[in-house]
Design a protein around this ligand. Structure first.
Ligand code: NAD
Length: 530
């Protein structure tokens, strides 16, 4: 018998599924999370624990949990779970990713309608103020308007489908999905954010909060939008700069907005600037709050925990507690390399599909290499932990395709992994190998040869091979206090294009990149962080 402890309230449907299993015994105490000492006392008898966000599953608990094999999170975020400590002990962590997609999608549609027809304000006027002000509540219609969706994942794509039913023109910006995912749903795929910002009448964000998306809609982006644009954030607080949005609502540049999520929740003490902004509809992070969504989440996590206890495949594994597998051990440096290649590629040129050329004998490790590559590719664009266990599933869900091609060994290095991203008719490739069976190395970027340890911060640029370019770049970096730690140059021939990699000690922000791009000799520049 496997013993499962549930320490927080979850929907009955999930508990029923667990109770129906002949090999599972459930102890459900929805209030137990309030008594952490008690959890510590009883945890040694349990094989699995299911929590929401209120039970800290850290070292202290894990040290006592001698039988624990699985931690189930009834929801998506796993902030309360120490993933590293679980992995070390071979404990699998599973979550219920995506169980609340419909709930968040429908709230988005509701917020869109509430905003454009001023429903909350009209309701308040009749109910609380006993007024009959029909002229005051003139609205606009969705039909015929252009909806710009930033982030076309589970929720963004569902919003797109529903917006089309409202006869809207739908456009989307999401550089990490294949164009065909949008086009299949009749949604126009836009390659750059600026174009979406300029064309949309209503803009809704559905990305995770990552280093890249934090503040992605700020003052500059709002200034590019149409006058009278409407903005929605039902995703994560901080994706839209709250000060900038409040200011634009006050000036009228943004006609109206709806927000469910805040950079700090609850958004009081100090008061969030959006609280005093005009023409805004605010809700207290209720995107996932439907009975159906809570049921979905409980059912998903129950099924995941059952499968994990029985050693069957799980779809939503958050970690990879498999470090003792012999194949993983012997291929560890290649796994690191493949992950780094994924990270490089997604930052230099995300593709609609990918090819992994495995040169030499990778017998038995092909799938491991592929999952590690996908982990590197996806990690930066998601706010949930990506592991070699869940990366393939997450990629499939996003329509990301990887083709594995086995080739003869490289004449110089033997085993080489080359990763190629394909976007339309553009191809970009990067390759690496492992030296002395230990040290991963990047040996090629584009058509140029390099010898780089794939760790740290890199400024990668292509320039016309004329004298003085490097000096100009050095001057710009110096001006911004960015220290250069190393430099490598690859070129096709004298006077032709050259590609260079600068290893730097500091982050390089958009402003500095813009300055570098403005040099006539520079044809391409990217900052990559591994
Ligand atoms: P998802 O992972 O399925 O989709 C996110 C999409 O964003 C992906 O397709 C990804 O490629 C894209 N993306 C990542 N970085 C991007 C960038 N820089 N520019 C453009 N696109 C980018 O996630 P989801 O389940 O659709 O959730 C979307 C958001 O909604 C998440 O932030 C999630 O936390 C949030 N959410 C909020 C609530 C709520 O209560 N309000 C409920 C559920 C989900």
């Amino acid at each position: 018998m496997y013993k499962v402890l549930i320490t927080e309230p979850i929907a009955q449907a999930g508990i029923d599924i667990l109770n129906e299993q002949p090999d599972i015994e459930v102890h459900y105490d929805p209030e137990l999370f309030r008594n952490y000492e008690k959890i510590l006392e009883i945890i040694p008898e349990y094989d699995a624990i299911i929590t929401r966000s209120g039970t800290p599953v850290g070292k202290e608990l894990l040290d006592r949990a001698k039988k624990l094999k699985v931690v189930g999170r009834a929801g998506t975020g796993v902030d309360n779970i120490d993933i590293k400590e679980c992995s070390k002990r071979g404990i699998l962590v599973v979550n219920a990713a995506g169980g609340n997609a419909i709930a968040a999608t429908e709230l988005t549609m509701g917020m869109m309608l509430a905003t454009i027809r001023k429903i909350p304000q009209a309701h308040k006027s009749v109910k609380e103020e006993r007024k009959w002000e029909r002229k005051k509540f003139m609205g606009i219609e969705l039909a015929g308007k252009t909806l710009g969706i930033i982030g076309f994942g589970r929720i963004g794509s569902r919003v797109g489908v529903r917006a089309k039913a409202f006869e809207m023109n739908v456009i989307t910006y999401d550089p990490y999905i294949p164009r065909e995912k949008a086009e299949k749903l009749g949604v126009e795929y836009i390659e750059n954010l600026e174009e979406l910002l300029k064309r949309a009448d209503i803009i809704t964000v559905h990305t995770p909060l990552t280093e890249e998306t934090k503040g992605m809609i700020g003052e500059k982006e709002i200034s590019m939008m149409k006058d009278g644009v409407i903005i929605l954030n039902i995703a994560r607080g901080g994706i839209i700069d709250e000060e900038a949005l409040a200011k634009a609502l006050k000036s009228g540049k943004v006609r109206a907005a709806a927000v469910d999520v805040y950079s700090k929740e609850p958004p009081f003490n100090p008061d969030n600037p959006l609280l005093d902004a005009p023409n805004i509809v605010l809700t207290p992070h209720i995107g996932a709050n439907t009975y159906e969504s809570q049921t979905n989440v409980a059912v998903i996590v129950a099924k995941q925990v059952i499968a994990a206890l029985r050693g069957e495949p799980v779809e939503f594994a958050v970690n990879a507690p498999v470090e003792d597998l012999s194949v993983l051990k012997s291929y560890a440096p290649y796994v690191k390399l493949a992950e780094a290649l994924g990270k490089f590629l997604i930052q230099i040129q995300p593709g609609e599909e990918y090819i992994l050329k495995l040169k030499g004998n990778f017998e038995g490790a092909e799938e491991l290499i592929e999952t590690a590559f996908l982990k590197g590719l996806l990690e930066k664009t998601l706010d949930i932990p990506v592991s070699i266990v869940n990366s393939k599933y997450l990629a499939k869900e996003r329509g990301i395709k990887v083709k594995i091609e086995k080739e003869n060994p490289d004449p110089t290095y033997g085993k080489v992994i080359e990763a190629i991203s394909i976007a339309g008719n553009q191809k970009f490739s990067i390759a690496g190998t492992v030296i002395e069976n230990k040290y991963p190395k990047i040996i090629q970027i584009g058509q140029f040869k390099f010898d780089l340890e794939p760790k740290g911060k890199f400024l990668i640029f292509r320039n016309l091979d004329v004298p003085g370019v490097i000096g100009k770049i050095g001057t710009i970096l110096g001006k911004h206090n960015i220290n250069i730690a190393g430099f490598q140059l690859g070129r096709v021939g004298k006077g032709k294009e050259a590609k260079a990699v600068l290893i730097v000690d500091d982050d390089i922000d958009e402003k500095v990149l813009e300055e570098l791009k403005s040099l006539n000799e520079i044809t391409f520049v990217k900052f990559v962080k591994i």
